[in-house]
Design a protein around this ligand. Structure first.
Ligand SMILES: [Zn+2]
Ligand SMILES: [Zn+2]
Length: 133
């Protein structure tokens, strides 16, 4: 049950992200893009770099996401031994599926499920189907 909820919530957040990215010149009182850092490489968010937000403001940038995809999906490998629960930085759950760990910041991990969700969110954004309601 809780699993479904957080999956849903992550997807929802990703949708919000996609909307933010298209809106340039946002309200200066809001959090500024450069204040948002990728948890995996600590690079600030820019318009050229897609960023996907997880729970509690955790974020992964497009570059790190690509690296995570290459490991967990393309190579079907994991930075953690199979079956050892690892707390995912993005969904904050103890996950036992394949995990990508940031080479620079060991505390940052992303589970396979979040890699797939986040990649889908970025792909949807880059498809650029202009959908401004
Ligand atoms: Zn990054
Ligand atoms: Zn996760």
């Amino acid at each position: 049950m809780g699993l479904v909820t957080s999956l849903h919530r992550l997807a929802q957040r990703s949708r919000n992200y996609a909307r933010c990215v298209r809106r340039e010149g946002t309200d200066p009182n809001q959090v500024r893009m450069e204040d948002v850092l990728c948890d995996f490489c600590h690079t600030p968010w820019t318009l050229e770099r897609p960023m996907v937000e997880g729970h509690h403001g955790s974020c992964i940038c497009g570059n790190c996401l690509r690296a995570a995809w290459a490991l967990t999906v393309t190579s079907q490998a994991s930075d953690r031994p199979d079956g050892v629960p690892t707390k995912c930085t993005m969904c904050l759950e103890e996950r036992t599926d394949r995990t990508f760990q940031s080479p620079a910041f060991a505390e940052a991990c992303i589970c396979l499920r979040c890699v797939r969700l986040a990649t889908r969110a970025v792909a949807r954004d880059e498809d650029g189907t202009p959908n401004d309601e």
